[in-house]
Design a protein around this ligand. Structure first.
Ligand code: DLL
Length: 435
């Protein structure tokens, strides 16, 4: 069994990686300066010229990029290539209204697939494996990301997508899936369903799972491994940088290796922007150094993690990042879907007759995230009949589903019961305890 998809790169000496990264960083900076008006403007304002960036050590001279920049340039204003060179579009949540749109050339899709292929091989996959991809297909990068990666390394893909757990279980049994790709909470939900339906574990053939798209803990890893009798591997990524496969677990399961020939990682203090040393927790920042369509420079992910350059037993020389343990902004990940409280608010207010006093309550019941939105009814409406509340709840819930792609339980509460705040309003109660 191959341990690496691309041994020469994954185990390259650090000094070779440094030169490769420096060369590709310099090329990317020229490409961005010449083809992305926003970067030309930012760099001019900062007094940095492309020729000032000779090596990775010069990276900190460059300004940061934010999710807001993608929003300001919605949908295609940041793309560094003409439309005929684009092969694929994906999107993820923005803070309000519009989505964050990302684009890929053929070359970008190929590289992304290789990054995911490396993750699969590191998790022990080979050509004989049947990979059941239960991430969503569509604008979300999870489904197609894992799909292309599995095809690239020669496995057989079962493009199951999300939902219909009974069907997923039948496929696991009948199609003899040996690797499953889904969110870690869905893996636990599958384990519950197997137990509840009395399906014996030896009727499924899984050996490993590739789990990501939401935060999870070492305890969850152990629980998944014990309950499904598999090895559980983490995979990390975000659409803005490419999608899943920016970093991946190896057999040591002791930090995710960043695909450093394509992405440079920095950990910064989220307040001062200062770069932090190995071992210190801070905000993860990525620079794409081989992307053609959307080569983001020093992109602020808002994920909190730390990195280590210590040698890994697996032989890979790529730096490792810890599991992200939180975010420096208010983004929530509910059933794998990214949502900002501001999006929920704009949907609520667009439904009319609703005051801007609400509380978002997120919980995890039977390994599935739940979302409840408590909405305060205005005194004027309070005397209305129950029936009209039911109709209003149904309308809000339908709007949440269509705009955010998430179902929510809407509960009305009496006027003046949601706590008012003198400072920043507390809008979210997240009861989920990552076990
Ligand atoms: O979630 C890409 C992905 C798909 C990764 C499938 C892994 C598997 P976005 O929808 O853009 O992309 O969301 C990106 O999700 O900034 C993190 O906050 C979170 N996230 C992704 N992977 C992990 C992980 C995909 N392994 C955002 N652990 C990121 C913790 C994760 N958080």
């Amino acid at each position: 069994m191959n341990r690496y998809f691309n041994e020469a790169i994954e185990t390259a000496p650090r000094n070779q990686l440094f030169h490769l990264q420096s060369y590709n960083l310099s090329r990317t900076v020229y490409h961005a300066y010449n083809n992305m008006p926003m970067y030309r403007k930012r760099m001019d304002e900062a007094g940095v010229k492309p020729e000032d960036i000779q090596s990775v050590s010069d990276l900190k001279k460059l300004p940061f990029t934010y999710k807001q920049d993608l929003r300001d340039n919605y949908p295609y204003g940041m793309f560094a290539v003409p439309p005929e060179e684009l092969q694929r579009i994906h999107a993820s949540s923005g803070t309000t209204g519009k989505q964050t749109v990302v684009g890929y050339t053929k070359h970008d899709v190929d590289i992304w697939a290789e990054c995911v292929a490396r993750a699969l091989v590191a998790a022990g996959a080979d050509e004989n494996d049947f990979v059941q991809v239960c991430y969503g297909y569509g604008l979300f990068t999870g489904g197609l990301g894992l799909h292309y990666g599995a095809e690239k390394m020669g496995a057989t893909v079962i493009p199951a997508s999300t939902g219909n757990t009974a069907r997923q279980l039948t496929m696991l049994q009948d199609f003899k899936s040996s690797i499953i790709c889904c969110t870690p909470s869905y893996a636990l939900y599958l384990a519950d369903s197997l137990r509840d339906l009395g399906i014996p574990l030896d009727s499924i053939h899984l050996k490993a799972g590739i789990f990501g798209a939401e935060p999870w803990t070492e305890n969850m890893r152990r629980e998944i491994e014990e309950r499904l009798h598999i090895k559980a591997y983490d995979i990390y990524g975000l659409s803005e940088i490419s999608g899943p496969g920016v970093a991946y677990d190896c057999e040591c399961q002791n930090g995710m290796h960043v695909n450093e020939d394509h992405f440079i990682i920095e950990i910064i203090d989220p307040i001062t922007g200062e770069v932090l040393p190995d071992g210190e927790q801070g905000e993860v920042v990525f620079t794409c150094i081989t992307k053609e369509a959307l080569p983001l420079i020093r992109y602020r992910t808002h994920d909190i993690a730390s990195i280590t350059h210590e040698k890994c037993e697996c032989g890979r020389t790529f730096v490792r990042m810890t599991k992200p343990c939180g975010r420096s902004d208010d983004m929530l990940i509910i059933r794998g879907v990214n949502v900002f409280p501001s999006q929920i608010e704009s949907v609520l207010l667009s439904c009319g007759n609703v005051d801007p006093h609400y509380m978002i309550i997120v919980d995890r019941v039977n390994n599935t995230d739940t979302l409840e939105i408590q909405v305060e009814v205005s005194s004027a409406n309070f005397s209305d009949k129950v029936r009209s509340f039911e109709a209003m709840a149904a309308q809000i819930s339908a709007s949440m589903q269509s705009v955010l792609g998430l179902s929510a339980k809407i509960t009305f509460v009496e006027p003046n019961t949601i706590q008012r705040s003198e400072g920043k309003a507390k809008r979210v109660i997240d009861k989920r305890k990552l076990i």
